[in-house]
Design a protein around this ligand. Structure first.
Ligand SMILES: [Mg+2]
Length: 303
């Protein structure tokens, strides 16, 4: 990238002070201070042009926000606090320094509310499309990480908001449920949790598989987002079938980034809805005036 040196200088000037980062940027690796009482949680998540966003449509600011928010949402899934992040971008040749700056500022817009400094990374140019990856470090900070494997028969199944139709725009603009996850976990009674990236049917299957249990979803309880109804309408479905189609979107669309959790939560909040129950027999069922097996049809991330 032309002006790479200036870009790196600019990045250094952007670095925020943080209690975790005792050494300013400029070395081969970032240096973090870590309190030994905290577990370190690490994950990585990337977004790819044509799969998770469309560079012809979405701004670099939006793209930066999305990749950071996906990582923050994984922190929420495990009820940890984001501590720091590292970002790697493969830029299509010719996009220029301003575009790279906007990508970075998108990361910052998402990370700053959580005091999550971006402590390092790498920028390269190539003849391919834009690929943007973030590695996130989280700290347990007094809350035992919630895993996918703890669901038990008799637990409720809950989601933290309405689902479906994120393709209309929410997949770029969602808010990661980090603080809500911490509050739920601190209150107690949560046995398993995941963030809804692949769709309710598929993500619930992940929890059931890891926990060795099954689940029954109550079709009437699933909160259907207005976007799901709009998508059903745009698809030209007959009026009589629209409600069913909207429910299909709520069950199967990806990238809602709400939380899906199981248990007997000690505290609840507005917007949290019980959508079903964990059962002993392995499998997934939809209760819609009678039980029928539920196919996991979560969408592959398609934009
Ligand atoms: Mg996840």
């Amino acid at each position: 990238m032309a002006g790479e040196f200036e870009f790196i200088e600019w990045l250094r000037s952007q670095q925020r002070a943080s209690a975790f980062v005792p050494v300013p940027a400029g070395d081969d690796l970032a240096v973090l201070r870590w309190d030994g009482r905290h577990l370190l949680l690490v994950g990585a998540d990337q977004v790819l042009d044509g799969a998770h966003f469309d560079a012809a449509v979405h701004t670099p600011r939006q793209i930066g926000r999305k990749v950071m928010n996906r990582n923050l949402s994984d922190c929420a899934a495990m009820a940890c606090l984001p501590a720091a992040a590292v970002a790697t971008v493969a830029l299509p040749r010719g996009l220029g320094v301003n575009y790279a700056r906007e990508l970075y500022l998108g990361l910052r817009e998402a990370a700053d509310p959580f005091d999550c400094p971006i402590v390092g990374g790498d920028t390269g140019s190539w003849d391919g499309k834009l690929a943007f990856s973030v590695t996130i470090l989280g700290r347990s900070a007094g809350v035992t990480p919630i895993r996918r494997c703890g669901a038990k028969p008799g637990d409720g199944v809950y989601v933290t908001g309405p689902l479906g139709g994120s393709i209309l725009g929410r997949h770029m603009t969602f808010e990661p449920r980090v603080m809500l996850a911490r509050e739920l976990a601190q209150a107690g009674g949560i046995t398993a949790m995941i963030d809804l990236s692949d769709g309710l049917s598929r993500d619930l299957r992940h929890i059931c598989r890891e926990s060795g249990v099954g689940a029954v979803i109550d079709a009437r309880a699933v909160p259907v987002h207005d976007d799901a109804r709009h998508v059903a309408m745009e698809e030209g479905v007959e009026v009589a079938d629209r409600q069913q189609r909207a429910l299909d979107h709520a069950m199967n669309d990806g990238e809602d980034y709400e939380l899906l959790f199981t248990g007997k939560p000690a505290a609840t909040q507005p917007g949290i809805v019980r959508v079903g129950s964990i059962v002993e027999e392995q499998g997934l069922w939809l209760d819609d005036n009678g039980r029928r097996p539920l196919q996991a049809r979560g969408w592959e991330h398609a934009i």
